[in-house]
Design a binder for this molecule. Structure first.
Ligand code: TYC
Length: 102
């Protein structure tokens, strides 16, 4: 014990903080025309969701109108949205995918 009382390790209280990059939710929107199986395929292909998980997410979008299908950095989210929109357009489905800051 020193003259100032017990040592307190002030250094442990100083947490150097690096700014964390913002995250973005990727949203899938319902429509009346895109086939359910196509949406399930998209969720597996671009979001790595397994078949039963993809069916669940697809049905959530179908019932509620929208669902979050993943959370990513800005660049990855943008890539996912572009991939889904391009793929839907190439297959002539009106499926909509968008992103918003978390
Ligand atoms: N509502 C569509 C149908 O009944 C299915 C669907 C689900 C479409 C999810 C888009 O993001 C979507 N065929």
């Amino acid at each position: 014990i020193g003259p100032g009382g017990p040592d307190v390790d002030l250094a442990t209280k100083v947490k150097p903080k690096t700014a964390k990059p913002p995250l973005y939710k990727v949203l899938l929107l319902n429509d009346d025309y895109t086939p359910m199986e196509f949406v399930v395929h998209v969720l597996q292909r671009f979001f790595g969701i397994d078949h039963s998980g993809a069916v669940e997410v697809m049905l959530t979008v179908h019932r509620k109108g929208v669902a979050v299908v993943g959370v990513f950095s800005h660049e990855i989210a943008e890539t996912k949205v572009t991939q889904v929109m391009d793929y839907a357009q190439r297959n002539q489905h009106p499926l909509q995918c968008t992103m918003e800051k978390e």
